[in-house]
Structure formats: C-alpha cells, structure tokens
Write a protein that binds this ligand. Structure first.
Ligand code: SF4
Length: 106
C-alpha cells in the first residue's frame, strides 16, 4: 500500500485523488489518507503530490512510521474524496515544514 505522510498536513493538495483508479483517498480537516485495504499499489499518486508526501509503505521515511497506522485508522473514519479541490490557504507556507503531526486534526 501507499501511505500519506507528515508533509500533507496543513497543505492538503488533492492532485493525488484525481489519479487514483480505485478512489481510495479519504479526507480530514487538514490531511488526506489512503485506505490500505483498497489501494492496489499502482503508484500513480506518488509523483502527483506537490508536497512529496506519499510513499510506498516500505519507503516511509524514518520517524514517520506512525503514519502507516494513521492512514489505516483515519480511512475508516473520514469521508471519501475523489475530485481535486483547492489546497488549504496556507499550503505554500507549510510545505516542507517538519513535524506537522502536532497540528493534525482528526
Ligand atoms: Fe490509489 Fe494507486 Fe495511490 Fe494506491 S497507489 S492510493 S491505488 S493511486
């Protein structure tokens, strides 16, 4: 499966959802997740993310392992998103800031 990681938080560009062939992205207030039970590992979303926040499960950056579990958990709770929309207003400012997990709204 693929995993959305820290740098999506407070940016939430949605280019990824537009290319996913199985529509397995779910949307929270300031973060997106992938449902690991639905993802077919096509890898199409990975290069689409302007914030480079999507990784294959076995390539999740060191220190961000918690996101694998968070994607699984939050995909059960949040609504499905299948169409691209405007990124969050301060996306540009937050892109690249480390440790945004403290701001994650569930
Ligand atoms: Fe969707 Fe493919 Fe990305 Fe999985 S790897 S979330 S199936 S676009």
């Amino acid at each position: 499966t693929f995993v959305v990681t820290d740098n999506c938080i407070l940016c939430k560009y949605t280019d990824c959802v537009e290319v996913c062939p199985v529509d397995c992205f779910y949307e929270g207030p300031n973060f997106l997740v992938i449902d690991p039970d639905e993802c077919i590992d096509c890898a199409l979303c990975e290069p689409e993310c302007p914030a480079n926040a999507i990784f294959s499960e076995d390539e999740v950056p060191k220190g961000q392992e918690v996101f694998t579990q968070l994607n699984e958990e939050l995909a059960q709770k949040w609504p499905n998103i299948t169409e691209m929309k405007e990124q969050l207003p301060e996306a540009e400012k937050w892109d690249g800031v480390e440790g945004k997990i403290q701001y994650l709204e569930k």
